[in-house]
Ligand binder design. Structure first.
Ligand SMILES: Nc1ncnc2c1ncn2[C@@H]1O[C@H](COP(=O)(O)OP(=O)(O)OP(=O)(O)O)[C@@H](O)[C@H]1O
Ligand SMILES: [Mg+2]
Length: 355
C-alpha cells in the first residue's frame, strides 16, 4: 500500500492534498471548508465534501480501520495511521461546523541538522552550541508552540548523542528517528474500550530507569510525568531530553513545574523549583514566524534560582530586523551571553563558537 492510499480510500475530496508533498497538514472544518498547510502557511482550498454525512462516514471509517470508535459515546478520535500520519477528529455536536478533522502527514525524511541550516532555521554557531550541550550531557528541553518544530529539533539534538551510548526513547506515538545503533524505542498504549490496559509515559519512565539507560529521550511532556522525568534527571541520567509546550525558555521551566504538580504528588513549591532548576540545564526554544518559517529562536542556559525565581541566560537569539513587503521575516541569529560551560567544553576538547 503506498503511503497515502489508506487515507485516500476515505477522503476522496482531499486526495490531491494527500498526494502533494508540499502539503504538511490537511484541516477539514466541516464539509464545506478545507484548509491545508503548505510551506508553513495555511491556505483555504476549493475542496468540499458532498455532505456532512459523507464526511462523518469518512471519519468513522478512519477510526474503524485502526480499531477505534468515533460515535456519540466517543466523539473525539486521536489516531496514528499505519503510514505514520496523525489524525484528530471531533464530531458534532462538539464540533459545531460539522465533523472537524486534522491530518498531520507523516514526513519520511525527518529534518536533520544540515536541513535546519539550509532552511535558515538555525545558525552554524547555534548548532555548534546545542551539539556541545548534548555531548557534555546537559539535560535539555525543547520548548515552543504547537507545530513550531519541537519534535524535529529534538530529533536533531538526539543525532548529536555519541554512537556508543544506550538511548531509551519514550513516545506517545513514535515520531523520532534516531540513527544510532543502540536505541530502544518504546510507545505508550491507550486504554481499550473497557478502560483497561493503559500504559503511560510515567509507566514507561519507571521501566526505562530499570533498563540501564545512558540517555532518556521523552517525546513530549504534558502532565504528571514531568515529576518522574525531573527525578530521573536529578538522579544521574544526565544528557536526557524532551519537548514541552511553552512560550519562552523561562515559561518552559514554569510549565515543567505546573506539569509536575499535576502528578498529584505533594511536594513543596520551593523544593519543586529547586528540582526543576537543577534538572534542566538548557532550553532550545522554537517558533513558527509570521512568514511560516520555523526557527530555533533561542538557545538558553538555565541558571541557579535567585530568591526562588527561575533565571535563564540566552546564548543564542534570533533577532527580527524587518518584515519585507512580501511578508518574509528578515533578521539574524546573534550570540548573546557566553556559555558558563565554556571551560568544561574546552577540557573535553569540544569547540564552541566565539562571540
Ligand atoms: N525548521 C523547519 N523548517 C521547515 N519545516 C519544519 C521545520 N521544523 C519542523 N517543520 C515541519 O513543521 C511541522 C511540525 O513540526 P514538528 O512536528 O517538529 O512540530 P512540533 O512542535 O513537535 O508539533 P506538535 O506541537 O504537534 O508536537 C512538520 O511538518 C515538520 O516537518
Ligand atoms: Mg511534537
Amino acid at each position: 500500500m503506498s503511503d497515502n492510499s489508506f487515507l485516500v480510500l476515505f477522503l476522496g475530496p482531499v486526495r490531491e492534498y494527500l498526494a502533494d508533498e508540499d502539503v504538511s497538514e490537511i484541516l477539514v472544518n466541516g464539509p464545506s471548508a478545507v484548509y491545508v498547510e503548505r510551506k508553513g502557511r495555511l491556505e483555504k482550498t476549493p475542496a468540499v465534501f458532498p455532505s456532512e454525512a459523507s464526511l462523518r462516514a469518512a471519519a468513522t471509517n478512519i477510526a474503524k480501520s485502526v480499531g477505534r470508535m468515533l460515535d456519540e459515546a466517543n466523539p473525539r478520535l486521536d489516531a496514528r495511521l499505519p503510514d505514520g500520519s496523525r489524525v484528530h477528529a471531533v464530531i458534532p455536536p462538539l464540533s459545531r461546523v460539522g465533523t472537524a478533522i486534522a491530518i498531520r502527514k507523516f514526513k519520511k525524511d525527518t529534518l536533520d541538522a544540515g536541513k535546519l541550516l539550509s532552511f535558515g532555521s538555525v545558525s552554524e554557531a547555534g548548532l555548534a552550541i546545542v551539539s556541545a550541550m548534548v555531548r557534555l550531557h546537559k539535560n535539555l528541553m525543547v520548548s515552543g508552540a504547537t507545530s513550531s518544530g519541537k519534535t524535529s529539533v529534538l530529533n536533531v539534538l538526539s543525532s548529536f548523542i555519541p554512537a556508543h551510548e544506550r538511548i531509551l526513547v519514550l513516545e506517545d506515538a513514535s515520531e523520532l528517528q534516531l540513527q544510532q545503533e543502540h536505541v530502544l524505542p518504546f510507545e505508550t498504549r491507550k486504554a481499550d474500550k473497557f478502560g483497561k490496559g493503559e500504559v503511560t509515559i510515567r509507566d514507561l519512565l519507571h521501566s526505562a530507569l530499570r533498563l540501564r539507560p545512558d540517555r532518556i529521550v521523552v517525546g513530549e511532556i504534558r502532565g504528571g510525568e514531568a515529576l518522574d522525568l525531573l527525578q530521573a534527571l536529578n538522579t544521574g541520567h544526565a544528557g536526557s531530553m524532551s519537548t514541552i509546550h511553552a512560550n519562552s525558555p523561562l515559561d518552559c521551566l514554569r510549565r515543567l513545574e505546573t506539569c509536575a504538580l499535576l502528578s498529584g504528588i505533594d511536594i513543596p513549591l520551593a523544593a519543586l523549583r529547586a528540582q526543576v532548576a537543577s534538572a534542566v540545564q538548557g532550553v532550545v526554544h522554537t517558533a513558527r514566524l509570521s512568514d511560516g518559517s520555523r526557527k530555533i529562536v533561542a538557545v538558553s542556559e538555565v541558571l541557579p534560582l535567585e530568591n526562588g525565581e527561575y533565571r535563564t541566560s540566552d546564548l543564542v537569539r534570533w533577532r527580527t530586523d524587518r518584515v519585507a513587503p512580501d511578508g518574509k521575516v528578515e533578521g539574524s541569529f546573534e550570540l548573546v551571553n557566553p556559555p558558563t560551560f565554556a571551560p568544561e567544553a574546552a577540557l573535553a576538547g569540544i569547540p564552541l563558537p566565539r562571540n
